[in-house]
Design a protein around this ligand. Structure first.
Ligand code: NAG
Ligand code: NAG
Length: 410
């Protein structure tokens, strides 16, 4: 009996190890700390110690007035460019000192520094998942919303904001018109942005912004400085895919369209956009031409069902292997699908870790690697994180190591 138990234990730990052996930790955090121009905030601080208001008289500040409440800082999005990793902390609680930040990859400790600098970072209210384009520009949506439960407040209109990473200057701020927003819930749902840059020049680019709250897609044309809204049934959640569990908590979130990933270009220069709601096990696609011309008509294709427990947040496309990678929140893992095969029966769980991949909240293909940020947010929302343990993980793996000897490998 004891022997059998031992064997079982061995087998199950072997299984876990095997499923994550190809991934390495880039950074992990027990809690988030900040470096504001050399002033370190490694624990909660009622005041901004860098300012002129160093003399304080009040002892009992209310939470909304507090500068830094460490536990409330949960990273949700990231992007990597050169030696920098950008990390966002959306303002979903009080005490978030800066929503857009970066860490040098060479840092020994991943302490966040406001981007582009302390002063200018304060023009952003709340940023989720930023993305760098082929022209070295960092794009994001600032939702403009303070999302503290019970005290939600639209501080400024939601806007697309772009920084040039070579100069760290803001090169675009496009406020979204009320006509692309359904109601007061829409701004907080604008949590991911996908970029489609014309190969002939950086001046011509489209951004596709997913709206998970009111189930739509906002398309922005850089050349026309104009945006418009597209709606379709495939952007809505699937009721039958609700109630999956993460870290033992039943997830009853009603998130619609969550992620859009673009293929490479075909001979005619056209690209396919793959997309899904979070609460769904289906995948859809559309030629981006129809998004640009505002005429999606009946061009949305249902590609099929990925399989049970495949509810996924962010996904991204690796061009040379024609493979999509999914942050599979319902199984603490990463899925792959080689897009030149039928979807159904060809989706593979290529990594799984019940500690380091619990709620992958962002996933990006960077060159020939897959990078993910996992943040255990269901535990933060429904239970409590243990600040003495590693809670947030930035992980990466080589595409070839993930897909070798699976159906995603040719
Ligand atoms: C999800 O849970 C809700 C509330 O318990 C229930 O009404 C609904 O039928 C469930 N849906 C599924 C697909 O399990
Ligand atoms: C994607 O890969 C194909 C080869 O499979 C190549 O011809 C094409 O240029 C690549 N596209 C991009 C956008 O990198």
């Amino acid at each position: 009996m004891v022997l059998r138990l031992l064997t079982l234990n061995l087998l199950s730990s072997l299984f876990l190890v095997v499923k994550c052996e190809n991934m390495s930790v880039v950074f992990s955090w027990k809690q988030i700390s900040y470096n504001f121009d050399g002033i370190l905030y490694t624990k909660s601080s009622d005041y901004d110690r860098s300012g002129f208001d160093i003399v304080h008289f009040a002892d009992d500040l209310d939470d909304p007035e507090k500068f830094f409440i460490q536990y409330n800082n949960v990273p949700i999005g990231f992007e990597q460019h050169g030696d920098r990793v950008f990390v966002t902390v959306p303002r979903r609680r009080h005490g978030i000192p800066s929503t857009l930040n970066y860490v040098k990859l060479s840092s020994a400790e991943p302490i966040l520094q406001p981007y582009p600098d302390v002063a200018r970072s304060q023009s952003l209210i709340s940023v989720y998942r930023p993305r760098v384009d082929e022209c070295g520009r960092l794009w994001m949506v600032d939702t403009g919303m303070l999302e503290v439960p019970g005290e939600r407040k639209q501080v400024q209109p939601p806007a697309i904001v772009v920084f040039d990473l070579s100069t760290n200057r803001q090169v675009l701020r496009h406020e979204l018109k009320p006509s692309v927003l359904v109601d007061e819930r829409t701004p907080a749902g604008l949590t991911s942005i996908t970029l489609d840059v014309d190969p002939r020049g950086c001046g011509d680019a489209y951004a596709y912004i997913t709206d998970l709250a009111t189930s739509g897609l906002i398309v922005f044309s850089m050349r026309d400085r104009d945006s418009w809204r597209i709606e379709h049934d495939s952007f809505k959640l699937d009721e039958s895919a609700m109630n999956f569990t993460v870290a033992g908590h039943i997830i009853s979130w009603r998130d619609g369209l969550f992620s859009m990933a673009l293929s490479g270009r075909d001979a005619a220069g056209r690209r396919t956009a793959f997309f899904h709601p979070l609460v769904s096990t289906q995948e859809f696609s559309i030629d981006t031409e129809y998004l640009k011309t505002r005429a999606i008509g009946n061009h949305v294709r249902l590609l099929g069902t990925r399989g049970p427990l495949t509810q996924s947040g962010s996904h991204d496309y690796h061009n040379s292997s024609k493979t999509l990678f999914f942050g599979n929140v319902a199984q603490d893992g990463i899925l792959c699908w080689r897009t030149d095969k039928p979807l159904t029966m060809n989706v593979v769980l290529v990594a799984q870790d019940r500690e380091k991949l619990v709620y992958i909240s962002d996933l990006k293909v960077k060159g020939d690697e897959v990078w993910v940020l996992a943040n255990q947010i269901p535990r933060f929302v429904y239970s409590v994180l243990d600040p003495s343990q590693n809670n947030f993980f930035l992980m990466k793996a080589k595409v070839q190591d993930l897909i070798r000897s699976t159906k995603c490998y040719s």
